[in-house]
Structure formats: C-alpha cells, structure tokens
Write a protein that binds this ligand. Sequence first.
Ligand code: COA
Ligand code: AMP
Length: 644
Amino acid sequence: MSEPLDTTPYDAAYAAATTDPEAFWGAAAESLHWDRRWDRVLDDAAAPLYRWFSGGELNTCYNAIDHHVLHGRAEQAAVIYDSPVTGVKQRISYRELRDEVARFAGVLRSLGVAKGDRVVIYMPMTPETLIGMYACARIGAVHSVVFGGFAPHELAVRIDDAQPKVVLTASCGIEVQRVVPYKPLLDRALELATHQPSHCVVLQRDVHPCALTPGRDLDWRDSAAAATPVACVPVKATDPLYILYTSGTTGVPKGVVRDNGGHAVALKWSMKHIYGVEPGEVFWAASDFGWAVGHSYIVYAPLLAGCTTVVHEGKPVGTPDAGEFWRVIEEHDVRVLFTAPTAFRAIKREDPKGTFFGRYDTSRFRALFLAGERLDPDTYHWARALLQKPVIDHWWQTETGWPVASNCLGLTAFPVKPGSPTKPVPGYVVHILDDDGNELPSNKEGAVAIRLPLPPGTLPTLWRDDARYVETYLSRYPGYYLTGDGGYVDEDGYLFIMGRVDDIIIVAGHNLSTGSMEQALASHPDVAECAVIGVRDALKTQLPIGLVVLKAGVTRDHATIADELVQVVRDQVGPVANFRQVAVVTRLPKTRSGKVLRRTMRAIADGDAWTMPPTIDDPATLEEIGTALRSLGLAKGPGSPIGG
Ligand code: COA
Ligand code: AMP
C-alpha cells in the first residue's frame, strides 16, 4: 500500500514500529554484530514478560568498542574526560579504550568474576567508571552502579540484593570544593550489608588517597598493569547487562534489569533517529554514571553509534562558573547536549542574561535535549532564546532506559509546544487511562500507560523478582505497563506529563522515594510516626519535607530533634535527598481507615486549591499541618484556605 503524500518520516516509522514491531526492530538489529543470529525478534512465550532477540548472541562491549577499532575508528576519541574539579583533561581513543577495558576485564577475571556474576560500582565521574562498566560487559558480568550521592545504608541494601562478587570504588569523589571520601562510605556499607564481596578494587585519586583493607582491597592501577587482557565473550541477547536500582514506593529499591540485545538495538537506533547524531560526532550527556541517563547516554549509546562521549566531572554552575557548559561545548565541539532542566534553572539563576554564553563559540552546537523532570515553559523559553537552537523536552524513566516520548530530530522535527515532550517515540504506544482502565478522550488527564509489549531496551523484569515486576507495573491495567506518571494527550497527539501519581518525588532530576526517607526518620528513637511529602521548588522542581509526631513523653527541644532528623536522612539515604526541613506536629491527618493524607498535605504546602477529603478522620489535623507548613515558609498560596 502506498503511503499518503503528507506522511512524515516520523509517521511512517511510528506506524511501522506499531504494526509490525518484529520487522521494524529486526531491521534495526542488522546494524549490530551478532555472534549468533536470533531465533525470534519478539518472544512472547512468557507474556506478559516479553523478551527481545531470543536465541541471539552478541557482546555489547564488542559492538560499542572493538567493532569500531576494527572498522576505521581506532584513533577517533571514544571518551573525552573533562574534570574542572581536578583540572584534568584527557582524550581516550577507541583503541586505547579497548586496551584498557580488556585489561580491566582481565583484573575482574583474575578475581573469579565470570559470566552472570555481579559487580557493584560506587564511583565518581572518572573514565575508570566507564571502563569498569564495559569490562563487566566484556566478560558477561552484570554491573550495578550505585550513585555516589547515596549513603552507606542505600549502598548496603543494593549490595545485599545484587550480591556482587567484587565492588569497584574510588578513594573519593569531588563535589565542587568538597572531597567526598568514598572508601569509608563503602566500608560502612559493608558493615551494614549481610552479603560480602570477595574483593574491592579501589581507584586511588591524588587529591585524597585512602588506606586499603589488606586481603580484601586491591589498587586499581596496579591490578590493571599486571592483568592479562581478555577478549569479548558472546552472551545471550536476553542475558542481563546490568541492574540499576530505582526508587520504589515502599522504600525498597527496585532492581531494573537491562538485557544485552534489545538494549544495544534500541540505543543505537535512538542516537540517529531521536537525537539526530551521526557517527564521529561528539555527544554529551551532562548527568552521572549512577543514573539511567548516564548508563544509556554517557556510556552505551554514544559508543554503540561510533560517537565521542564526554565524561564531565563538574556542575553546570560553580565549577568554576555558569559558563561551564558553553566552555565544554566549544572546547570539545559538542553537537548535542542532554541534561536535566534543573541544570538550566541553575545556570539561569546565576547568569539570567546569558553573559557567559556570549563568551563562547557554540555555532556548531545543534540541539539541547532535556529530561528527568517536567520542563517548565519558563525554562524552555529562556533556554530557547539563549541558544537559538532546538530545545527538546523528552520523557523517559529508568525502567524504559530510553525515551518514551520526544521530538525525534532524526525523523521529523515537529513544532514545539512548551510543556510537552511532543509525541510517543516509535515502538511506544501510549494511552491515557481512567481508574477503570478506559481510554480517556484528548485533553483529559489520567494515568499514563504503555501498551505491551514494550519495545526493546526497556526492562524485561526486576532483578530476581518477576512477581514484583508484574505487581508494580503490569497488574494495574492488564495488557499495559503503568508508568506511575499522570498526564494527557492533546488534540494534536502531543503528550503532556504532569507528574508522579505515586510516592516518588523528583528532586533536581533525581527520582527519590519518600518511603526511604520515612524509613530513616522512623529509625530515630523519638519518632512515633512520620510522613515525607515533596513540595514545589523553583530550582529543583520538588524538595522533600518531613512531618513527624514524637513519642509520648519526649520533652527534648524540637529544633534539636529536627536537626538530628535532617542528619539521619543524610546518613541513611544520602545528601542527594536534599532533605533539610522537618516540622513536629501532634498528629498526622489520616482517613478513617488510617491512610495518611499526603496528597492533601502537598496541595496545602504548595498553596494549591484543595478540598477537605470526605474520608478524613479529624479535620482539625489539617489546621495544625497548615500552621506547621507555614512555619517552614510554605502553604502561602491563595488556594490554601488554611494556609492564609
Ligand atoms: N557524590 C556525593 N555527593 C553528591 C553527588 C555525588 N556524586 N552528587 C550530588 N551530591 C551531593 C551534593 O554535593 C549536595 O550535597 P550538599 O547537600 O552537601 O550540598 C547534595 O548531594 C544534593 O545534590 P544536588 O541536588 O545535585 O544539588 P547540587 O547543589 O549539588 O547541584 C544542580 C544542583 C542543579 C547543579 C545538579 O543537581 C545538576 O546538575 N543536576 C542536573 C543534572 C543531573 O545529574 N540530572 C540527573 C539525571 S538527568
Ligand atoms: P527516573 O527513573 O529517575 O529517570 O525518573 C523518571 C521520572 O522522571 C518519570 O516517571 C517522570 O515522572 C519524570 N520525568 C522524566 N522526564 C520527564 C519529562 N520530560 N517531563 C516530565 N517528567 C519527566
């Protein structure tokens, strides 16, 4: 059948991926090197658990690195490391990267790490982190990177779940001016964890070397120098490449599994068709290895596509100034940048007139992609006016591993509607559902769900927990994956994501569980009950605040207890939680069945309109919450009758 004349490349790709996903993704997979061709593109034998490219074998490291060394990119930069916090800049060619990865894979193998074994990585933004990840991929080991801003307790929980044979770490990270010694954090985590790795490999950094634990710890560089390089091992397309923990609503993180085959296919496809990037170009994702953005768009996708990736150890502001992003773009000829809106809000706050921007030549820069949180129209307009280049809002999650909705620059650039990540990416069939699972008409807000099967590269399951995967994501609306976001589709098919509908909050582009913060608060001996809610923040989108009820008979000063509680969350969850405010109340507002009314408290805190929940046990509790929130400088909006 011939296509209508006005069909765009986007429309054609979207229709092809929806009507015949096997043909669409099978064709995309041809661009990779397979050690064994797949038997089935889409395997639905265990539906609703789907697998992609079953029967196929490949190696992700081979496709991302070795293949390019053998096919004309040996001397091209694979990685540019730019560290304003240490003053180090380094260019690593594809050949050098292959050699370093092969040697470090030899280190892992000498420590007994084999196919399927787990390796936890708790490291800063250094090239060695990427090398450690690829070394795992090279031998079929499964890495699990834990973000450096998480505290020992969170690291311990992940170590116990992943049960790594080896942990990779560094003596320290550097946060602007502050050195964060990682080794004591790891030592503390291993005291808390039940599972113990047989070895830890430690990257010693000049700014803050550390003492090694005899018998357990090895020096990274000495081990690599002595190691025998190893070749890539073919693994099944359906074997796990990594586990990445993401916040769960209960406080127990969920181990998102990524496979090898579908992941490589989808990420390589996305570089060209979503980001519009060609092999040989420089792509920079200003994020952290510890997040999904870092995994997909610092480590894997750019190299699968034969691009150069930038590893930046710095911040958008303060290292040293709000011109840092423009400096990196000019100096390294970055064509496409990906970061979170909060980074742009931080730059805008320091340099509202774009004075720094004017000092650099960014004429070859093509587009800015933003994700991780809602891109508010103000930030969109500011960035667009400053850059005079496309500013693309796109929406995705750790679970999906690559964008669900985007303006696909490599297919068709549609007009932008600020506040919308445009349209679903080919492969994702997005529906807006009401409570009963009925499709809602355009412009009506509901639960955002994706029809199964999800495309390749998305999570096949949770680590060793198919039941939790099904319960969390697939059971609410049979036949659909529940995203946890609310939103709507407008009359032109543009998707609008309005925010989480569960107890996950988005702080500075980081997805955090209020449950884990409540767990930390509850561990304080004076706390009887508590609730953590996310309140609106102009810079970081949301910030958590705690409301606590003290045990009967506690007479200590509330300010002292509040300080201790802030420290408890910092110690147990980590500084990344940005938890700084607590109020003591005598009771929490609850329904008659005992459910804490978090959503109402949030509306009061934000100054939004709210109505008295009909199921509330005692309306007076909300009066007290309003007073407490006002004492924290919140509940000020006109919509809040008790907020004044
Ligand atoms: N290791 C140790 N501590 C870390 C850390 C790491 N890797 N990353 C952050 N932290 C600490 C910070 O130092 C800070 O500590 P503090 O309370 O002592 O000041 C705390 O965690 C909060 O960090 P953050 O919320 O990131 O705030 P910030 O003030 O350091 O930086 C931004 C603010 C906007 C510049 C920063 O959040 C940013 O660049 N975000 C956008 C990019 C991004 O990574 N997005 C995520 C996925 S796309
Ligand atoms: P994470 O798993 O940490 O990547 O967080 C995923 C969540 O971040 C999503 O479920 C959304 O709530 C939010 N998010 C990510 N990108 C966007 C976006 N472009 N617009 C709105 N929300 C977003």
